[in-house]
Design a protein around this ligand. Structure first.
Ligand SMILES: Nc1nc2c(ncn2[C@@H]2O[C@H](COP(=O)(O)OP(=O)(O)OP(=O)(O)O)[C@@H](O)[C@H]2O)c(=O)[nH]1
Ligand SMILES: [Mg+2]
Length: 307
């Protein structure tokens, strides 16, 4: 498969260099322990990288360990920090979508507020599965916005894959039901369900998603096999609130964080995953079909900490 390299993700690296410059300038410092100034500096650098609440907890933990005489050398601090950052990201196989036991189509449900990138992520995941030899059907369960179904249809045509949609204003749960039915009859591997990002009220949206979930599970027990929350990586704390709200309504299996191209705020990825307790699975780094990367926690943290 020919994959054109997407634009490099700027995760806002150089975190280690910045920490060193505020806290570890003096070689003796590690032996004595970091003073208040240095620790505040570490916390500030982590906060500036958009780590949110994690900045405070990491800095506190560092202080405690220093006081106990642990982490005496610079490389010890660095590898400890790497572990701390990795721990918040959760495990999992980057880029591998769970399609269930194979006795029917795997169902992937996408949710997120309007404009987060659900429809383009649906198309890009479909493309990804197709590239790997899987048959995919798209389900346009965003019946609220008239143009939404059309947008997904355009992608489906471009990708040469079938798309099930409903009447504008119709029942999104019925679209999901029909799509699973169609994919089952055709012996297909996967159904990707695109959903609405906005209804007349937020609670109406959550109710609609819960109903869609119930109907999906009724039609295919065990489904959805993946429930991915799509978050716009540029909106910071807002994304966190959205995440909590969707997380209460849906059993999330992963996050897809979009629009990380052109931001140097890699720490936001960490903060979201950590606070929501849901692993990041994919990151969007552009608008093209290829611009959805499997999220690799280790290489991400290494880039973040690079000098
Ligand atoms: N630069 C950039 N743009 C992106 C990325 N992902 C999505 N977009 C753009 O964001 C805009 C919104 O994407 P959609 O996929 O339509 O978002 P949505 O969540 O389906 O929105 P609604 O249907 O309104 O709920 C589009 O212009 C996308 O091309 C990304 O990773 N980087
Ligand atoms: Mg959409």
């Amino acid at each position: 498969m020919a994959t054109a390299p997407g634009p490099a993700l700027d995760v806002g690296g150089g975190l280690w260099a910045r920490i060193k410059s505020v806290a570890l300038t003096d070689v003796a410092v590690l032996v004595r322990g970091l003073d208040r100034n240095a620790l505040d500096g570490v916390e500030r650098v982590l906060a500036e990288a958009d780590l949110g609440a994690a900045a405070v907890s990491i800095a506190r933990d560092l202080e405690a360990r220093q006081r106990r005489g642990e982490l005496r050398r610079e490389d010890e601090v660095r590898s400890w920090l790497r572990e701390q950052l990795l721990a918040g990201l959760g495990g999992g196989d980057p880029g591998v979508l769970n399609l269930g036991p194979g006795d029917g189509p795997g169902v992937i449900l996408l949710a997120g507020v309007n404009g987060a990138g659900k429809t383009t992520v649906a198309a890009r995941l479909a493309y990804r599965l197709k590239q790997r030899g899987r048959s995919v059907l798209l389900a346009a369960a965003d019946t609220y916005r008239a143009a939404a179904g059309e947008q997904l249809l355009v992608w489906a045509e471009r990708l040469g894959i079938p798309c099930v949609s409903g009447a504008p204003g119709g029942d999104p749960a019925a679209v999901a039901f029909d799509a699973i039915e169609a994919a089952t009859n055709r012996n297909m591997d996967a159904v990707i369900v695109d959903t609405a990002g906005r209804l007349h009220t937020q609670s109406a949206l959550m109710d609609e998603l819960k109903k869609l979930l119930r109907v999906t599970t009724r039609r295919r027990p065990g489904a959805p096999h993946e429930t991915l929350l799509v978050l716009d990586g540029t909106v910071g704390q807002n994304a966190m609130q959205q995440g909590r709200m969707f997380g209460e309504a849906l059993p999330l299996t992963g996050l897809v964080i979009t629009k990380l191209d052109g931001t140097a705020k890699g720490g936001a990825v960490l903060a979201m995953s950590r606070e929501l307790g849901v692993p990041v699975r994919f990151i969007g780094i552009g608008e093209g079909l290829e611009d959805l990367e499997a999220f690799n926690a280790a290489s991400f943290v290494d880039r973040l900490l690079s000098d």
